[in-house]
Structures are given as C-alpha cells and as structure tokens.
Design a protein around this ligand. Sequence first.
Ligand SMILES: *Cc1c(COP(=O)(O)O)cnc(C)c1O
Length: 361
Amino acid sequence: MQKRPRHFASDNYAGICPEAWASLEQANQGHVPGYGDDPWTAKAADLLRETFEMECEVFFVFNGTAANSLSLASTGQSYHSILCHETAHVESDECGAPEFFSNGMKVLLLKGENGKIDPSGIEPVVKKRSDIHYPKPRAVSVTQATELGTVYSVPDLKDIWAKTKQLGLKLHMDGARFANAVASLGCKPREITWEAGVDVLCFGGTKNGTAVGDAVVFFNRDLAEEFDYRCKQSGQLASKMRYLSAPWVGMLKDGAWLRRAGHANAMARLLHDELVQIEEIEIMFPSQANAVFARMPPWLVLALRQADWKFYTFIGQGGCRLMCAWDTTEDDVRQFIADIKRFLLEAPRDVEIGNVDHRKL
Ligand SMILES: *Cc1c(COP(=O)(O)O)cnc(C)c1O
C-alpha cells in the first residue's frame, strides 16, 4: 500500500466523487436498453442542455482523447488542418489520435503566453499559403482551462472567435477541465461556449469526479451529423451507455460539478498562496484553476518524492505541476507545505538527481 492517500500528480489520480457514485448505483438496477436509448442518457443530455441553456446535441464517449479526436474530425475533411497551442493536449498527449481519427488532418501549432493562444498568430498560419499543397486550415482548438493551469476569459475567447469568424474557421474547445474554468470565472457556461462562438465542446467528466465518460457537446448541430457513426466505428459507443451517462446526472442535477471544481480550485489557490511565500520557489504561471506550476530546486523535488509525494515534472527540470482534485484536502496542502519547509531547513542541498524519469517515481 502507498503511504499517502492523495497526491498532487493529477486530478485523474482521484476516485469517483459521491454524487457520481450515487447515480451510478441507482442506475445499476434492472434492464434498460443499450447503446444510449436509456432514461439515464436522455436525462444526462437534457441536463447538459439545461446547463448550457441551449438545444445542443450531446454524445458520451469513454475519454477525452476520443472526445477531442472525434469532434475535431467532425469539423472537416482529411485534407484539412486544425490549429492549437503548442502545449495543447491534442498536440502532445494524444499519440496522434486527432490525426488518426480524422484520417490525416494535420495539427498546426500556435504560440502564446501562459498556455493561451495569441489570437494575432492565427491569421499568419492560415494565410501562410493558399495553394493546394498546404493542409487547409479548418478549425482552432482552445483548451479551457489550459494545460498550464490558466483560464481564457470571456474577452480572450471573443478575440479568438473574431479571428475564426473572419477566417471561416470552426472553434473547438478541449474542456477536460471545463468545470474548473467555469468555477474560476464565475460565469455562466454559455458565456464561454456558444456565446463566444464555440462550435463544439469536449466536456470532461473524469477529472471533475466521474470514473469515465466525457461528453461531446455540439452547439453547432450541423457538425453532429452522423457523429454517432464516428463514435461506433472508433469503438466509442458504449453498449451499457447508462454507466457513462448516469454519473453526469449526479454531477449536474444539483450543481455538484461546479462545487467540486470550485473546491479543487480553492485548494490550488491555498497551495499557491503558501508556495508564493517561500523564497526558494518560483511560481511559473498564473494559477487560475486547479493547478499550480512551481519551479523548485531539483534536490527539493527529489526529497519530496522520497517522502512519497507524487507530482509531474514534465515541463523541464525543477518545473513541477501540482494538481488539485475534488477530494484534495486543506490538510494535504498543509502537510506538503510543512514537508517543503522542513526540507528547506534540514536537507542537504547537494543531492545528485541524475536522470530521473518522473513517471517512475
Ligand atoms: C486529461 C486531459 C484530456 C483527456 O485525456 P484522456 O486521458 O484521454 O481522458 C484532454 N485534454 C486535456 C487538456 C487534459 O488534461
């Protein structure tokens, strides 16, 4: 057994939250039709329509990679390209699935500070070439909240929308942490989606507190045409669909999705406010959702890991991603901070850290 019940490695280290669990248990009764023709799936889709105050089309798939890949594929043809930030999950963490499931759409990269697309970079990539030899740009994908723990504001998104509108591009949103973004902005879900020009949203359930199952929400319903076939062909149509959809009912019906995300954000805020006071630690990006990125001396990273704290350092030596989840406690944060302070007082500073693989620690 591991020493600590919780870590700061990822919000997908956390279990299922009580609201999702309760619905799952209630759904586990009797026989209902398969493949989404059941009352739980209908209810979950209706609750999503209520949440977005829009008659959107909703599909449930197993995970975020599938949601992103299939929804991006639905924006165009195999010879099109999609534009995303250079740190986007779509680009770096999906093993080429967007290209694979779209039969070859190319991902083109954009820059921007703090993990957010700089809208002025969109037009040059689109206009770089207009001939038949260039993969024709078709969509922009934004991640909300971003991979670096920042959040696009309503004006940020509207600036991007102005460009996509001008250039005839679709707008896709990877919302693996959409709940954290809404909780952070304190806005209505519609304000950062269809009211800001988003055609399709991948709404993550997993990191919010479900076991499995992300929702693909089409605000532009034309794009949803034959999406069911795309899901089936790619192995994403669950036959016992109620087990993907029922947890959404638990999360959405009384606002648990927002409360749980708000809690995770508050724990990240607490962690941030403690870390920022420690001289040896540098905060790398504004902490606006449920993550804190902190640069620490490598010997301290090692000491924390030896004390069984798990967290990722994939953004370079000394750069740590500390992620809070729905079940992170104030005590977890305080223990982590106490360990840091203790090590700073006691630990030797000349530890050789060598070439450590963070995923093995
Ligand atoms: C976690 C995550 C996803 C989804 O990943 P899966 O492991 O496929 O569920 C998508 N986008 C971002 C930004 C994520 O952090």
